[in-house]
Design a protein around this ligand. Structure first.
Ligand SMILES: Cc1ncc(COP(=O)(O)O)c(C=O)c1O
Length: 380
């Protein structure tokens, strides 16, 4: 027997109460019973996104909502300013190019946050930029971008701000209406503590207006159709019924905890993970603007990160994420978003101490755990 722990930044662990909800017998989606659940979710999502506008629930992974935020809003030839600080910034660039937008890229060193001054200058030089595309949290580098500051630049202009909040919504407070975020989207398998398969997206009034001139091809994800359907407590196509049943439970859990406490929990777990890594002498991947969703750390020199991650999964039963592209084999990412609590961090740090030591690193057993404990105990 091996007990398994999922410490990855998506999919994340699903709470037992949510699993039980989703295990109940299937119900039909065109019924008053399901409509009541759908309606409750639609209202709950507005509280999470802090918006008066509709938050749509799509049967797709998060990328479906990224795709829709281009294909349903923009016009061929529009200029997109893409913040590319990692794998998911790169994805914005690919999606915008696939739909024939002119793409200007702000390349950000992996592990760093975008410099807001660069965006300010780009927007001043070209006020016809139709949209700024960014991540709230760039999961591949575990860096967070300064969304509030970026939103302040686009708020009273014709430029839209599109935020991939796939590992930011539910981790950080992102009050969409108040800050002036025009498109905010996320996925189910991250801070929303559900299996993969649902994406969520909301548009500001400014983005809805812009969408009226959209001439890009789209069919399956048609945000107008979804908005129209949701106003009747239903979805355009067959919804992911079980996931939505689970979502209702998740939203209840988050509201019971209180969103302020949810964000404080994420902040404490992230600080503990960083302190644990640093106490072991490990260098953080994103020391200047670390995300509260996951902590990337460089493995000790001489250690093959890919091998350690594999061994941790197969022999220790603990699943972490490693690095992608130029970070392959060099980093490990400790997740702390969604259904994570203090002792998940202790497990993560303790497992890393053991595995790194096993791979020849000079590890002072317990040093990382002790540093994390000191921070985590402030919570009780
Ligand atoms: C920031 C970010 N954007 C986009 C994605 C892609 O989401 P999905 O795999 O659900 O399509 C991910 C997935 O990890 C992510 O973390």
């Amino acid at each position: 027997m091996k007990k398994r722990y999922l410490i990855s930044p998506g999919p994340t662990p699903v709470p037992e109460d949510v699993l039980l909800e989703m295990a109940k017998p299937m119900i039909h989606h065109r019924t008053t019973q399901f409509s009541a659940i759908f309606k409750e979710c639609a209202e709950g999502l507005k509280n999470l996104f802090k918006t008066k506008n509709t938050v749509m629930m799509l049967a797709s992974s998060g990328t479906g909502a990224m795709d829709a935020s281009v294909s349903n809003i923009f016009t061929k030839g529009d200029t997109a300013l893409v913040i590319n600080g990692g794998k998911f910034g790169e994805r914005w660039e690919k999606i915008c190019r696939a739909y024939g937008l002119n793409v200007e890229v702000v390349n950000v060193e992996w592990g760093e946050a975008v410099d807001v001054d660069i965006i300010r200058k780009k927007l001043a030089a070209n006020p016809s930029i139709a949209g700024v595309f960014t991540q709230g949290s760039e999961t591949s580098t575990t860096a967070a971008h300064p969304i509030k500051e970026i939103a302040a630049l686009t708020k009273d202009t014709d430029t839209l701000l599109i935020v991939d909040g796939i590992t930011a919504v539910g981790v950080y407070d992102l009050p969409m209406d108040n800050w002036g975020i025009d498109v905010l989207l996320t996925g189910s398998q991250k801070a929303l503590m559900l299996p993969p398969g649902l994406a969520f997206i909301a548009l500001s009034d400014k983005a809805w207006e812009k969408s009226e001139n959209c001439n890009l091809p789209h069919f399956y994800i048609d945000l107008n159709k979804e908005r129209e359907a949701i106003s009747k407590d239903t979805s355009a196509f067959t919804p992911a019924v079980s996931l939505i049943v689970g979502l209702r439970k998740v939203l209840q859990m988050l509201e019971n905890e209180g969103y302020e406490n949810v964000y404080k929990r994420h902040d404490a777990l992230a600080r503990a993970a960083r302190a644990g890594a640093e106490a072991l002498g490990l260098r953080l991947l994103a020391p200047n603007s670390p995300s509260n969703a996951a902590t990337g750390l460089f493995v000790p020199s001489g250690v093959d990160g890919g091998k350690v991650v594999k061994e941790l999964r197969e022999n220790y039963g603990v699943t972490f994420a490693g690095g992608q592209d130029q970070l392959k084999g060099k980093i490990v990412r400790i997740a702390h978003l969604g259904y994570f609590d203090s002792f998940d961090i202790i497990i993560a740090i303790s497992a890393l101490e053991m595995a790194f030591s096993n791979h020849g690193a000079d590890i002072n057993y317990g040093a990382g755990v002790a540093a994390a404990q000191a921070i985590l105990n402030e919570r009780y």
